[in-house]
Ligand binder design. Structure first.
Ligand SMILES: Nc1nc2c(ncn2[C@@H]2O[C@H](COP(=O)(O)OP(=O)(O)OP(=O)(O)O)[C@@H](O)[C@H]2O)c(=O)[nH]1
Ligand SMILES: [Mg+2]
Length: 460
């Protein structure tokens, strides 16, 4: 367990995560910690059996102690036991009643788990009360709220499992208002993103005024970390794009293009994409478990669909048939470049040759190069589009997820296949600059294109 370091004037805020069993308490903590190794998560009730502390930092400063607690099971019986006790002892406050109850723990073996929750609640600054909104509003939940209220700490209801459950969410909201719990939070560990995290800390700010600045430090810190992550992801995607789009290979042979050349270029593209995929998963600390939860189409560290498969094109709304028709000179995914023009992309030369002298003159240089035998193989437009769309979708998935989700929603359903405005221009420019392939160019034009692509990826 990490040690807690903090200036004495800024005490660490103690947050108890409480609620009925199996509502997602441990999952929420994992998500906030970005650590899928924290605690144990299971569909079965009663998974967490003891109070476990973890620390949320802003830089190297501890800000929150999160206490995971066992779930409440029979709160109605517990409330009755508390009421019975209140008749036999004299207490000045509900909190004292809880303390009395805890001090007599050996008399209540049935409430072993609940007593741990009560003890932690009394020691905490705020309680996050996690609710599974799919559950009907039963008396046991009101009893839980009533018991927890006795600790005299602010309670923030957190509605979990909200995706697709808006009606029951509204009912739960109303119910919490009746308990005077007006500040509540919607949270879904499946569709978790930085905004959701920020809302949680902002609600805590409103409940814990004297910790306002400390929480603001945390919000600012997390914002910066998040921004840097997304930027690093976008930068990596650009690097891939440059690596592949700037690639060209001179065709030596006078009598056509060797199959071996095509195959080797295809392999180069596959490997480049695979490296980018690995790097993106690493940047966002995505594990195999996350990949499965988010249903990312990746197996053994590779995309399930090969980049040169017609299905991959179709998946992203690219027309597989057009590739063949465009006259891709060399073979699937590979194009022939003459002078500065890729033939397949422009269908240019074909058209030019049949288009009369005026057009032909425009392509003079290219034609001359072709006749002199200066030809290059490059990666075709569709493949580059697919590379970009696939990594963009991945980036979106990586930035909207919970670390804890055990079943997941289809993020891919929301994918938009549109290429950004200016896409073709960027690709054309990259193709003209084989010297940019290493991604180390310091030229202003390169930087400008890099900034533009990163902006596309991070803007939405
Ligand atoms: N779909 C979905 N599943 C979730 C979400 N949050 C938690 N789960 C699942 O709900 C189950 C229970 O999650 P836990 O985090 O173990 O719940 P808990 O409240 O800690 O449970 P106990 O420790 O037993 O009290 C697990 O199977 C989680 O994967 C969510 O937001 N959406
Ligand atoms: Mg748990």
């Amino acid at each position: 367990m990490a040690s807690t370091k903090k200036k004495p004037d800024n005490p660490v805020i103690n947050v108890a995560v409480v609620g009925h069993t199996n509502t997602g308490k441990t999952s929420l903590i994992r998500t906030l910690l970005r650590d899928d190794r924290f605690g144990k998560i299971d569909d079965a009730a009663g998974t967490t059996r003891s109070v476990e502390k973890s620390v949320v930092y802003a830089g190297d400063e501890a800000v929150l102690n999160l206490f995971d607690t066992p779930g409440f099971e029979d709160s109605s019986a517990l409330l009755l036991a508390l009421e019975a006790l209140s008749k036999t002892v004299e207490v000045k406050s509900p909190a004292q009643l809880l303390r009395e109850f805890i001090s007599q723990a050996q008399r209540y073996p049935d409430f072993e788990q609940e007593i741990k929750v009560l003890r932690q609640s009394l020691k905490s600054d705020v309680l996050l009360y996690i609710i599974d909104v799919r559950e009907p509003l039963l008396g046991k939940y009101s009893d839980e709220v009533e018991i927890l209220s006795k600790a005299g700490k602010p309670i923030l209801p957190v509605f979990n499992f909200i995706a697709g459950n808006s009606e029951s969410l509204a009912r739960w909201r109303e119910q919490m208002t009746r308990f005077n719990l007006h500040a509540a939070l919607e949270f879904d560990t499946v569709a978790f993103d930085f905004e959701a995290e920020k809302r949680l800390y902002q609600k805590l700010q409103s409940l814990l005024e004297k910790h306002y600045d400390t929480l603001q430090t945390l919000i600012d810190y997390r914002q910066e970390v998040w921004h840097n992550l997304v930027h690093a992801g976008a930068q990596r995607i650009f690097q891939l794009l440059a690596e592949v789009a700037c690639f060209r290979q001179e065709v030596e042979s006078r009598d056509g293009i060797a199959d071996a050349d095509v195959a080797s270029i295809q392999n180069f593209v596959r490997k480049a994409e695979q490296r980018a995929l690995q790097d993106l998963l690493t940047i966002f600390a995505f594990t195999q478990v996350d990949i499965e939860l988010q249903q990312i189409a990746v197996r053994d560290g590779q995309w399930e669909l090969d980049i040169f498969s017609p299905h991959a094109l179709k998946d992203f709304g690219l027309n597989a048939g057009a590739r063949a028709l465009a006259g891709a000179a060399a073979g699937a995914g590979i194009d022939l470049m003459v002078g500065g023009i890729s033939l397949g992309a422009a269908t240019a030369l074909g058209a030019a040759l049949g288009a009369g002298w005026a057009t032909l003159r425009r392509y003079q240089k290219e034609l001359a190069a072709l006749w002199r035998g200066h030809k290059w193989l490059c990666v075709d437009d569709d493949t580059l589009s697919l590379l970009y769309l696939r990594q963009r979708q991945l980036l979106h998935t990586l930035t909207r997820r919970g670390h804890a989700a055990q079943s997941s929603i289809h993020l891919s359903d929301r994918v938009d296949h549109a290429l950004p405005e200016g896409w073709h221009k960027v690709i054309k420019t990259l193709r003209q600059h084989p010297e940019w392939q290493a991604g180390t160019s310091t030229s202003a034009e390169y930087r400008q294109i890099q900034a533009e692509v990163i902006k596309w990826l991070t803007d939405d």
